[in-house]
Design a protein around this ligand. Structure first.
Ligand SMILES: *Cc1c(COP(=O)(O)O)cnc(C)c1O
Length: 225
């Protein structure tokens, strides 16, 4: 199947899930996760109308953003774990940062955005909903301090929350998505935090049902990695 056909299938999945949840399908943005895929795959998706692409490695995002700079309205989303020493690459090339998880990372990113003379970077906070020790993300109890740190920076535009559930169990994923939506409600609701980035190839329907506004889909769009 071509990338264009796969994209159309994913769009249809999002649309069905949104309608089933009495939501407007246009309220769910598809972020096509292109990590490890080459520029030609991204160009094919772009030609099929896809604009938002997700990358997990800062260097890879920077390289692709530079080599695909001719695609003027392409939108780069950073969805991986970011080490502070790579913040400069994200400040220079990303449009949306999904994975701020500490006050120190917020500060460093903001400094890099200012130094690059860029407009405020759209920012989401990654939440480790299950409090799994091996995972990145702010825990529920750390969330308020990370929110405060991001809000304190003019160079960051806080827009919402992001999470990655443990793999392999749809019931657990559903619970994680619903918990992220409750945490959003505890911290100011959709007015202050309009975006929920959650849902991937195997669980996007559950995420849309729980209120996802951005789903990050790799395999179903580009095939196996
Ligand atoms: C790779 C990745 C995805 C995409 O996963 P698929 O199962 O291929 O859809 C989504 N989110 C994050 C954070 C990822 O690292």
């Amino acid at each position: 199947m071509s990338i264009t056909d796969r994209l159309n299938e994913v769009r249809a999945r999002i649309e069905r899930a949104a309608i089933a949840a009495s939501r407007d399908p246009a309220s769910v943005k598809l972020v096509a996760v292109s990590k490890t895929k080459d520029a030609s795959a991204i160009e094919e998706a772009y030609a099929a109308g896809q604009r938002a692409f997700g990358e997990s490695y800062a260097q890879e995002l920077a390289q692709k953003a530079q080599s695909l700079a001719h695609l003027a309205d392409i939108e780069w989303h950073f969805i991986g774990h970011l080490q502070s020493n790579k913040a400069k690459l994200i400040a220079a090339h990303a449009h949306v940062m999904h994975t701020i998880d500490s006050p120190s990372l917020a500060k460093e990113l903001a400094r890099r955005v200012r130094n690059a003379g860029k407009p405020p970077l759209t920012a989401l906070i990654e939440v480790n909903v299950g409090g799994e020790p091996q995972k990145h993300g702010a825990t529920a109890s750390e969330l308020q301090e990370v929110i405060d740190a991001v809000r304190a920076e003019d160079a960051l535009a806080l827009r919402g929350l992001m999470t990655i559930p443990p793999e392999g169990d749809l019931a657990i994923a559903k619970n994680v998505f619903e918990t992220l939506a409750s945490l959003r409600n505890l911290h100011g609701g959709a007015t202050l935090l309009p975006e929920l980035s959650m849902g991937m190839t195997s669980d996007l329907e559950a995420a849309v049902a729980a209120g996802a506004t951005m789903v990050r889909v790799g395999t179903a769009v580009f095939g196996d990695r």
